[in-house]
Write a protein that binds this ligand. Structure first.
Ligand code: DGL
Length: 272
């Protein structure tokens, strides 16, 4: 029996190349407390960032098929890279709404006093049509210091956020943004909010880190409300989400527990 048959209500599907999407999931469970959710960490294929677009599309399609088979009536692509590579294909192919991630360039550019912002994202995200059209629409007249966060997804996936390598890489990516006067740093990959503390230590108190997850959760809520997909059941938070992964569940379990400490191992299943 799949999750929608269990509840008879719209299930929210969420996926990422790993644990990064949990930074979006933690906002979704606050914004949409009455719907069941299924989260897929496609960590056997992480990181997506350096992969060719065709491979990312292949993975996005496989995970989407799985989420739909688990009853998903709406899918949040909790990954900037997968959104950039695959959202157009998914929207054409499936008749359910998809919500994607987009680096929060717009609020950062609007709020910047120095008219300089930093964006940390994967190569795939920087190459995407969405990111580049957002730049054209909202960042004209703003200096944008872009850095590809090579190695950071692996660091978060392996739970090494405080390691010397993590700090060394962050110094390398964040320092040039500070030196050029950025007063906002956009976290353009859903893994990076799990490095916020380490980034903030380098950036200092005057630079604001911008995470698009709350806005994405709000947008998902609005789409669901408009389409009559919201449930108002009271669901025990621990029962609300089923977690699947294609690789090892260890880090998914560890990171998910930093958000909901009493999750037990029984909630983590393999996506076959
Ligand atoms: N969380 C993904 C994103 O937002 C990570 C991409 C990757 O796996 O490289 O872009």
């Amino acid at each position: 029996m799949n999750t929608s048959e269990l509840s008879g209500k719209t299930v929210v599907g969420i996926f990422d190349s790993g644990v990064g999407g949990l930074s979006v999931w933690r906002e979704l469970i606050k914004a949409i407390p009455g719907n069941r959710m299924v989260y897929v960490s496609d960590n056997a294929y992480s990181p997506y960032g350096p992969r060719p677009q065709s491979e990312i599309i292949e993975r996005a399609v496989a995970v989407t098929e799985f989420l739909i088979s688990e009853g998903a009536g709406i899918i949040v692509i909790a990954c900037n890279t997968a959104t950039a590579a695959a959202i157009d294909v998914l929207r054409l192919r499936y008749d359910i709404p998809f919500v994607g991630m987009e680096p929060a360039v717009k609020p950062a550019a609007l709020l910047s006093k120095t008219k300089t912002i930093g964006v940390l994202a994967t190569k795939g995200t920087f190459m995407g049509r969405l990111y580049n059209s957002t730049l054209r629409r909202f960042a004209t007249g703003v200096r944008v210091v872009e850095k590809v966060g090579t190695g950071l997804v692996d660091i978060v996936e392996s739970g090494r956020v405080d390691s010397a390598e993590s700090i060394r890489l962050l110094e390398r990516y964040i320092r040039p943004m500070i030196n050029r006067g950025a007063d906002h740093i956009v976290l353009g990959c859903t893994h990076y909010p799990f490095l916020s503390e380490q980034i903030a230590k380098i950036a200092g108190p005057d630079i604001k880190l911008v995470d698009p997850a709350p806005a994405v959760a709000k947008h998902t809520y609005e789409i669901m409300e408009e389409r009559g997909l919201l449930c108002h059941d009271s669901i025990d938070q621990l029962q609300q989400t089923r977690f699947f992964c294609t690789g090892s569940p260890q880090n998914l379990l560890r990171v998910a527990r930093t958000i909901l400490p009493s999750l037990d191992e029984g909630f983590f299943e393999r996506m076959e």
